[in-house]
Design a protein around this ligand. Sequence first.
Ligand SMILES: Cc1cc2nc3c(=O)[nH]c(=O)nc-3n(C[C@H](O)[C@H](O)[C@H](O)COP(=O)(O)O)c2cc1C
Length: 193
Amino acid sequence: MTEQLTVRNETSVPILDALSDRWSPRGFDADHAISDEDLTAIFEAGRWAPSASNTQPTTLVAGVRGTATFDRIYGTLMDFNLAWADRASLLIAVTVEHERDGKALRWAEYDAGAVAAHLSIEAQSRGLHTHQMGGFHVDALAEALELPAGRTPITVIAVGQHDDSDAVSEQIRARDTSPRSRRELTDFASIER
Ligand SMILES: Cc1cc2nc3c(=O)[nH]c(=O)nc-3n(C[C@H](O)[C@H](O)[C@H](O)COP(=O)(O)O)c2cc1C
């Protein structure tokens, strides 16, 4: 593997390193194996995310590369994600329960987003990267994971170590080095001080 590409998000004041360093590569190191401690920490970070009335509607189903669960999740990705996600060390399916005891869990997807954010930042702080995906076949993933009725997959998250060596296709490397941007802070947030 060559020297890691350093991407630093521009911020007007310093923020936590894991936040300003976070980005979503597609080039992953296919030889990297995630340690047990990193693996557990990532899920602990997600578990402690807040949720509306602490309803915790999110359940994660995950497999490290080489397992049947990894292959099941990978097999339901759309083509543009199949092209790179096989090199990730871990694939996580984020699933949510939209209703419980006949009552809608109105913030279920919002809560799932918080889980994803928490675990992404924990992974980043451990020198790993995450890449969230909406590009998968929902019914196929629900079936592949034998999800119970009422639980829907919302996203898939690839976790691994970034690789910018020529083991990764030129096309993927080009995408990984293409500029990333955000709306201006003043457009993103209206703040009265
Ligand atoms: C809900 C969600 C769905 C996404 N779906 C895909 C996807 O299917 N394939 C992909 O390559 N990237 C996907 N992304 C990654 C985004 O394109 C990426 O986060 C965005 O461009 C910002 O880049 P950054 O994460 O590097 O800051 C998704 C991100 C989110 C949060």
